[in-house]
Design a protein around this ligand. Structure first.
Ligand code: NG1
Ligand code: MG
Length: 556
């Protein structure tokens, strides 16, 4: 299984470029980055960690409801060159940049300024573990979640490495006395920020990998076993760590972006499912078609907007799941945060650790399209347009106010007067069904049993997804609505927003031989693109192929 494979570590550049399997000229960027690192820090880097962005073809805002999604890694990526900083013995260790694990982080992009930071050991507290008491030690790193700051993503990756590998209780293999080494790093990125192509996950994955590599943690000696037993970090383990790490930046995301960035293979998209456990399988894309990303140029402010956007949706879908379970007679523990995926499973008698097969899940989702009507607000003059108030929502949940607060609000910041349980759940079930249909269509084409109208079918599913995102999930915006419509007018089979929405990119399915005329027409019709040519144009609208997932290059 793809998630069990180790993270690729290359020592030969030809192997590396072959494996990236892309049309872009990577060698220039990799060489420039290594050379610039040498100029700035006076020695060559020890490693370069790479993590790609991703485009989600279909399945929006359903990963945190634990439904499968269908993204592909893109060729654009984040690269982090890094190396240990040697500290002259004569210098005082109190200075920040000489303390254990101190970091100097620079970015090739001049708008992202140089940062210096150092983690601090948390005061040890004691906690009962098993029979005896042990000291829980961890590391603290200040991460600003109130502002969008580039180094927050670097710190988020580092935080996980520190607390997994350098704390006495978090890992049975960790050496309590061991300290993280001081690190210099230099970042460059070609994934546009705030555009729904997951520059954030690419940054967190690359940072996690860079700190693992530089601290010698990609291959962990298993002390409990014989001396030469080495555990190579697997893709699945990196996804798990990166998911936890990204939450440090303040967004309670699902695992789609990190999984796509880490597990993808060049040449196919990935079907990623999260229940009962993370699983990723390749989905070949039909020949003759290309996915084109187009940036609406509206920047979605995830850090600040999350309270009214992303995190609010997470809460609405979770509370929706509980209310629905109650209405359908599905048993839920008092403090359990059941997801919409688990509601279908339990309704159909899926046992613990079991998984419905695709056919059963598909039939379950078709049924949920009807069952979800019980969530539609009743006896309200506007037909429930506005949703329910906090008081009404708590009442519907059947929980005491304080228990509700603890289960649904204590771990997340949300700001809203009304909550939409019906519309959000309706979107999630229909979107999850579209993912299965999209996947099946691609698999049929690959098995040569596809119909001649397969691309039209895929396009239709994408268009339905856009309508549902706009009307039910309300995560689109006027510019995204306009751009997806212009894309259809310009000959796309289908077009939709990709990623969290509220701005950022669209993805359109276009016939390979029409890509250039498609791009020209969008340039001429989408007002914000007026006058853009050459590189400026290819920055905002570009065709992309699936790329391979995260990897590390080790200098000798
Ligand atoms: P982006 O577009 O990267 O912000 C977010 C979530 C995903 C997923 C999508 C919506 C993060 C890191 N990622 O993606 O997990 O829920 O929105 O489908 O927040
Ligand atoms: Mg993101």
């Amino acid at each position: 299984m793809a998630a069990q494979r180790p993270i690729p570590v290359y020592t030969n550049l030809t192997d590396l470029y072959n494996n990236l399997g892309t049309s872009l000229n990577h060698s220039v960027r990799w060489n420039d980055l290594a050379e610039e690192f040498r100029k700035r820090f006076g020695r060559k880097p020890a490693y370069i960690a790479r993590a790609p962005g991703r485009v989600n073809l279909i399945g929006e805002h359903i990963d945190y409801a634990l439904f499968g999604v269908l993204p592909a890694a893109i060729e654009r990526d984040i690269l982090i060159a890094c190396g240990p900083r040697s500290v002259p013995a004569s210098l005082p260790t109190q200075e920040t940049h000489h303390s254990p694990g101190s970091v100097i982080a620079e970015n090739l992009h001049t708008k992202y300024t140089r940062q210096e930071f150092a983690p601090a050991r948390k005061q040890s507290s004691s906690k009962e573990v098993g029979e005896g008491e042990i000291h829980v030690e961890g590391w603290h790193l200040d991460i600003n979640t109130q502002e969008l700051r580039w180094e927050s993503y670097v710190k988020a990756g580092y935080y996980g490495v520190l607390n997994h590998y350098f704390s006495s209780s978090a890992s049975s293999n960790a050496d309590a006395a061991e300290s993280p080494i001081p690190v210099d790093l230099l970042v460059t990125g070609s994934v546009p920020a705030g555009s729904g192509l997951s520059s954030s996950a690419a940054m967190v994955v690359a940072s996690t990998l860079a700190f693992l590599a530089v601290n010698g943690k990609l291959d962990e000696k298993l002390k409990s076993l014989t001396a030469d037993d080495v555990h190579h970090l697997t893709k699945g383990e990196l996804v798990k760590m990166s998911m936890e790490n990204e939450k440090r930046v303040g967004v309670n995301s699902g695992g789609m972006d990190q999984a796509a960035s880490v597990i993808s293979d060049a040449s196919s998209a990935l079907y990623i499912s999260f229940f009962p456990a993370l699983k990723a399988t390749p989905v070949p894309l039909p020949a003759g078609s290309v996915f084109v990303c187009a940036n609406s140029l509206v920047v979605a402010d995830k850090a600040v907007g999350a309270k009214r956007g992303y995190n609010l949706r997470v809460v609405e879908t979770l509370v929706g799941a509980r209310v629905l379970a109650g209405a359908l007679g599905v048993t839920v523990g008092e403090r359990e945060r059941i997801t919409l995926r688990e509601v279908v499973g339990r309704l159909l008698g899926e046992g613990k650790g079991e998984e419905l097969d695709v056919g059963e899940l598909q039939r379950g989702l078709e049924r949920m399209g009807k069952e979800v009507e019980v969530l539609r607000p009743k006896d309200v003059p506007d037909g429930g347009e506005l949703g329910v108030t906090m008081r009404e929502m708590i009442e519907l949940s059947g929980l005491e106010k304080d228990v509700f607060g603890e289960v649904y609000l204590s771990w997340v910041e949300v700001e809203a007067t009304h909550f939409q349980l019906y519309k959000r759940a309706k979107h999630v079930y229909a979107e999850a069904l579209r993912v299965l249909q999209f996947r099946q269509t691609c698999l049929d084409v690959a098995a040569s049993s596809g119909s001649s109208t397969a691309l039209e079918s895929l396009g239709r599913l994408m268009n339905e997804s856009q309508t549902s995102c706009a009307e039910l999930f309300q995560c689109s915006c006027p510019e995204l609505n306009e751009l997806t419509q212009l894309a259809r007018n310009a000959g796309a089979y289908g077009s939709r927003l990709t990623g969290a929405g509220w701005g950022g990119c669209t993805v359109s399915l276009v016939a390979e031989d029409k890509v250039q005329s498609f791009i020209d027409q969008i340039r001429d019709t989408y007002a914000p693109y007026k006058g853009l040519e050459g590189e400026a144009l290819s920055e905002v609208i570009f065709a992309t192929r699936p790329s391979s997932g995260a990897c590390v290059y080790k200098f000798d």
